[in-house]
Ligand binder design. Structure first.
Ligand SMILES: [Zn+2]
Length: 86
């Protein structure tokens, strides 16, 4: 399953994240992880299973988001979502 979403906005944020290919997040789409994290941050979601979230992401080798850590992407998205919710 390859991610084919348009991530023009998220890619600009995700490209500054560290490279990371640990565990279940390997090759997963960091921009999807960012956007899901952002939505969870807006909602201040508290029951999160990050393993499930990462496992369900599409894969991406594309451009600026290639190999970016989906863990970092999710957590930055969550943070920005919380900030933007106020
Ligand atoms: Zn994606």
């Amino acid at each position: 399953m390859t991610c084919k979403k348009n991530h023009d906005n998220s890619d600009n944020i995700v490209r500054d994240l560290p490279i990371g290919q640990e565990g279940i997040g390997r090759h997963k789409c960091a921009s999807c992880a960012y956007e899901i994290g952002y939505q969870h941050g807006l909602q201040k979601a508290e029951n999160i299973n990050l393993g499930d979230i990462l496992n369900n992401l599409g894969e991406s080798q594309k451009g600026d988001r290639r190999h970016r850590s989906p863990h970092a992407a999710y957590s930055l998205g969550y943070f920005n979502g919380v900030v933007d919710s106020y």
